[in-house]
Design a protein around this ligand. Structure first.
Ligand code: CTP
Length: 220
């Protein structure tokens, strides 16, 4: 058994992008690969947790037998899946890059090329972390992610408060080797009264750092 055990704990994790359909052949998405979320799922499971992974479209496969994956495509589907699982969860980790907006109505048939301009009306998606933050139960510990390009710490702290998170993992796109499409990441973990900065390292090692700090806060 590893030193920091999550045996008996259930972790609910969102990972990957969401795809919001425009028509049957097109969608709005983003560059998230899901690597950070899947690395966290493996790490939690290796430390004894039972992991419920709600994953948007990725090329990844969960390996550990203690990980149960629910595959979803859109933010609405991700939210519905998370609502089914949240009451049984001790630790919530929002690692998904949820699309902030979706087309107001997906066209039933392929949109054919016509004029020089095409306008697609978008409406806001549900903010899954914020919605769950509002109904967080005593004893539930929640962790979010923030990917920022400017005013990084201030923006991340605002998200921590707005979404009622206990911890937020900040990725700065200004750090070389961090963020989308890299196997490495450089993070800073912000809490209400603490800031912990880490070096650039492999996402699997970053997952271990995140999990160690969560363990300290949940068990310490
Ligand atoms: N998040 C979520 N549902 C959304 C948007 C974000 O659950 N619809 C979660 C992400 O998984 C992440 C955190 O909220 O843990 C912050 O995501 P981010 O996209 O950085 O924040 P936003 O609130 O969307 O702010 P903005 O895009 O304006 O920076």
């Amino acid at each position: 058994m590893t030193e920091r055990s999550f045996k008996g704990k259930t972790v609910l994790l969102t990972a990957g992008p969401t795809h919001e359909p425009i028509d049957p052949v097109r969608f709005i998405g983003n560059h998230s690969t899901g690597k950070m979320g899947y690395a966290l799922a493996e790490c939690f499971a290796a430390h004894g947790a039972s992991v419920q992974l709600v994953s948007g479209p990725t090329n990844l496969q969960a390996q550990h037998p203690n990980i149960t994956v629910t595959h979803v495509t859109t933010a609405d589907e991700m939210y519905a899946a998370v609502l089914e699982l949240v009451d049984a969860a001790d630790i919530l980790v929002f690692a998904a890059a949820v699309a902030d907006y979706k087309p107001k109505a997906a066209a039933a048939r392929k949109i054919k090329k016509s004029g020089n301009e095409l306008t697609i009306e978008l409406v806001k998606n549900v903010d899954i972390a914020a919605a769950l933050g509002q109904r967080k139960k005593a004893g539930q510990f929640s962790v979010g992610f923030a990917l920022e390009t400017h005013d990084e710490s201030a923006n991340a702290l605002e998200k921590l408060q707005k979404k009622n998170l206990d911890m937020i993992v900040l990725n700065s796109l200004n750090d070389p080797g961090a963020g989308f499409r890299h196997d490495t990441n450089k993070i800073t973990i912000l809490e209400q009264h603490a800031t912990t900065a880490f070096d650039l390292k492999k996402k699997t090692a970053v997952a271990q750092d995140i999990i160690n700090l969560i363990w300290d806060r949940v068990h310490g």
